[in-house]
Design a protein around this ligand. Sequence first.
Ligand SMILES: [Zn+2]
Length: 119
Amino acid sequence: MSRLFAGTPWDRPPTCERCGKLVAECRCPPPVPSAPKPSGQIDSKGQRVTVRREKRQKGKEVTVVRGIDPAKNDLPNLLTRLKSSLGTGGSLDGTDVILQGDQIERVKAALEKLGFQPK
Ligand SMILES: [Zn+2]
């Protein structure tokens, strides 16, 4: 008789990968949940982002980057990189990266260097 499910998980009861016991008998501590992304990660490949100039309180101009995927990119790290490459201040507003001053072209160039596709 052929074993229809040979080699599939259905072939045997699930066992713990660490102690090899049946999951029902396993007493291993629960695995540490892995971080959603490695710290510092910038996964910008082909990511389209928009760069806009906006006016904030007191007529202060800022350059706002929108559309960055927070699941793929470490936003605080990205902000730090942009601030240092532009030599300007900035902050995060949700998933928006806010950089001080009107410097659309410089921000776009910095984003392109990181692999983004700014519009
Ligand atoms: Zn175990």
